[in-house]
Design a protein around this ligand. Structure first.
Ligand code: SAH
Ligand code: SF4
Ligand code: F3S
Length: 452
């Protein structure tokens, strides 16, 4: 046990307030929870606004230009707030912008006290101590050799019926558009026994559904008692945890969808029938330029195999339009792929050149072309999403009641296909999985009634 874990075990009475704002992907949501737990050991209590916070941490995302810009405007706003209220506020930047920009953040925004990368946040306590000692702004963006996770407190609790669990971090794929291999570092899989222990702690504190996270989660190959475990093996072991009713995983790369993982979808009831499997483009020329290492037809065939194992699986994806060199014909191929696959859900983005990535220097597609293509892709995706939503009307499906609804007497839940479902049901049933007959389909939610 490390010194930090000891401090955490004593759980000091909170004397200071911490506000954490999370941008970007689910992995950042997970990291924000771990940072909050780490700082609880230093006497920090989490609050919901920055208004009275002693320490504000922005857990940032660098994936697209807009995501990174938001951080600087939020920092400007925090400086104003600190002036208005007249009491000191320490400000830290964590996450992928911290990793990518490091010292530059402090140069541009001298009010920033801490800059900490995604692989270094277990060192926040010592950084805060150094600040208290008057040592000036602290910047740590190393990719340490030691395991960050081993140094984090072992007090993980779920805040509700659904929880995230990071099992794999980093990426070795180097898609030509993407900052993740630079901000998160090389692929690393956590040992399976540690993950099973963390999952049990989450279940003991109320989680019924756990989503296993990784930038390339299906490339998971962590140490088990008997050699390296695949993601399928890990899922099978998780499915043995009593009271863990549902398992999901995200995000996957098409090239790492192994036979055993596909088979698991047909064999493990607790593995939910939803798969986020980004393809990015339907054009082989663009996929090659993106360094994706798969083509559009191999992706189509892969989905056929997955659907053969689990016919009702709901597919989700990510698309980038306007990647350098994308012609009208290339773009039409993307639309064709979207129509072929019929996604239940999907995200689409205009290509955003990211500093230091291979595609950033190439000749760019004009902005108005990107805008038009994004609108057309979104239209095609919405059409297939609406078809999927509509097909649910009349079905009765198990729904995990996970949070209060908008109105009194209403709760929100999650369908097996990751849809939001709202229904009239008593709030004390939070955490239960109940049968719900779907009565109405909306763009991003379903309405239903409790089935007898
Ligand atoms: N690890 C995941 C997700 C990476 S980031 C994966 O491999 O699929 C999430 C999504 O953001 C990507 O799938 C991609 O569609 C999008 N994205 C990443 N870099 C981008 C960029 N430079 N411009 C636009 N979209 C980008
Ligand atoms: Fe980025 Fe590609 Fe790695 Fe996904 S697989 S994180 S898109 S480099
Ligand atoms: Fe963004 Fe970093 Fe996640 S760049 S998408 S927060 S891995």
């Amino acid at each position: 046990m490390t010194a930090q874990t000891d401090t955490q075990a004593k759980a000091p009475t909170p004397t200071k307030k911490l506000y954490v704002k999370t941008y970007g992907c689910q992995m950042n949501v997970y990291d924000s929870e771990r940072m909050t737990e780490t700082l609880a050991g230093q006497g920090y209590e989490a609050v919901d606004t920055p208004d009275t916070a002693d320490l504000v941490l922005l857990n940032t995302c660098h994936i697209r230009e807009k995501a990174a810009e938001k951080v600087y405007s939020d920092l400007g706003r925090l400086r104003k707030l600190e002036k208005q209220r007249g009491t000191p506020m320490q400000v830290g930047v964590a996450g992928c912008v911290a990793q990518a920009e490091g010292e530059e953040i402090v140069r541009r925004m001298p009010q920033v006290d801490l800059v900490v990368g995604p692989q270094a946040y277990h060192r926040l306590p010592e950084m805060l101590d150094a600040l208290d000692e008057g040592k000036g702004a602290q910047v740590i963006t190393d990719f340490p050799v030691e395991d960050k996770f081993a140094d984090l407190p072992k007090t993980r609790k779920s805040s509700g019926p659904t929880a995230f669990l990071s099992v794999q971090e980093g990426c070795d794929k180097f898609c030509a558009f993407c900052v993740v291999p630079y901000t998160r570092g090389a692929e690393y899989s956590r040992p399976a026994p540690d993950l099973l222990a963390e999952a049990r702690r989450l279940v003991d504190s109320g989680a019924r559904e756990i989503t296993l996270l990784g930038q390339n989660v299906n490339a998971y190959h962590g140490k088990g008692e008997d050699g390296d475990w695949s993601l399928a093996r890990l899922v099978r072991a998780m499915a043995e945890i009593e009271d863990l009713a549902r398992i999901r995983y995200t995000t996957s790369h098409p090239n790492d969808m192994s036979d055993d993982l596909i088979a698991a979808h047909g064999e493990i009831d607790r593995l939910m029938p939803f798969l986020h499997l980004p393809v990015q483009s339907g054009s082989d020329k663009i996929l090659k330029a993106m360094n994706r290492k798969h083509d559009a037809d191999s992706y189509r065939r892969l989905i056929e195999r997955i659907r053969a194992a689990r016919p009702d699986i709901a597919m989700s994806g990510d698309f980038i339009v306007g990647f350098p060199g994308e012609s009208d014909e290339d773009f039409e191929e993307t639309l064709r792929l979207i129509r072929d696959i019929q996604y239940a859900q999907a995200f689409s983005f205009k290509y955003s050149p990211r500093p230091g990535t291979p595609a950033a220097g190439a000749e760019q597609v004009a902005e108005d072309v990107k805008v038009e293509r994004l609108a057309r892709v979104q239209e095609a995706l919405l059409e297939s999403q609406a078809t999927f939503q509509q097909a649910c009307v009349g079905q009765t499906m198990p729904v995990l009641l996970d949070r209060p609804g908008k109105f009194d007497g209403q709760m929100m839940g999650r369908s097996p296909y990751l849809q939001n479902v709202h229904l009239t049901v008593n709030a004390d049933r939070r955490g239960e999985i109940v049968p719900v007959t779907i009565t109405e389909a909306h763009r991003s939610s379903l309405a239903g009634t409790l089935a007898a």
